[in-house]
Design a protein around this ligand. Sequence first.
Ligand code: SF4
Length: 286
Amino acid sequence: MKDYPVYNTYQTPSWCPGCGNFGIWYALKNAFHELGLNNHDITMVFGIGCSGNLSNFLKVYGFHSIHGRTLPVATGIKLANHKLNVLATSGDGDGLGIGLGHFIHTCRRNIDITYIIHDNRVYGLTTGQTSPTSPKGFSSKSTPFGVIELPVNPVALAIISGATFVARGYSGEIDHLASLIVQGMKHKGFSVIDVLQPCVTFNPSYSYAFYNPRVYKLEDTAHNPQDYENAIKLAMEFNDKIPIGIFYKTERETYEQACIELGENPLSEDDIENISIEDIIDDLLA
Ligand code: SF4
């Protein structure tokens, strides 16, 4: 694993030592380098949480959105200028709790955005509450007697909701994660990468000692990412063995391609000098 400081800001990451967010930070920089992207070629939308602090440490065009709304903001940016490389990142609480509806609808739309979920199975920034991916029985400040509900399975949910590239990475496998990000960004359509990201401070049960002996790579197996049923079956595997890699990949018309109003040229390049807001409102009310 190499580092590419050209993508660093002047700020030093404030994450806890050993936090899995460091691995995602390095993997993103490696992926941008491999894709030959300059800083100004990249647009990222960040959510609220420890993952959102990434906005301070990556030197790209960025938008730090409100809680749970990374995907609507990223969608708006992509629709305004569909020539941009748009990524969105959020934690499991941000993206799969507050933002769960947006996640499902973005999968359905198949808009050409890459979405990275920092999945540490806990709310870290608010010092350790149960999140949507915390396992049943998980004891925390918010569920001292153990959580009753079943966890959300982001990989299975993305597949059945219509995402056309669905993968899982691990922040302890940075080169592998960088390769997934490269493939996700090259993919035309909504690419989802759920990242196992240890929160060493507030969820030590799911730290590197838990994941290291369990993760295995799907590319080392006979799995065909176009096999929908097997992808779902593998997405349910999360015990002594935890698969990482590409679960599912298919080709489908993207939202931008289907939206004829967008045309070839981005809306942001339209000449709006002579457009009157009154005329637009009159059109809408007609
Ligand atoms: Fe990382 Fe957890 Fe610390 Fe947040 S609280 S920076 S997720 S280790």
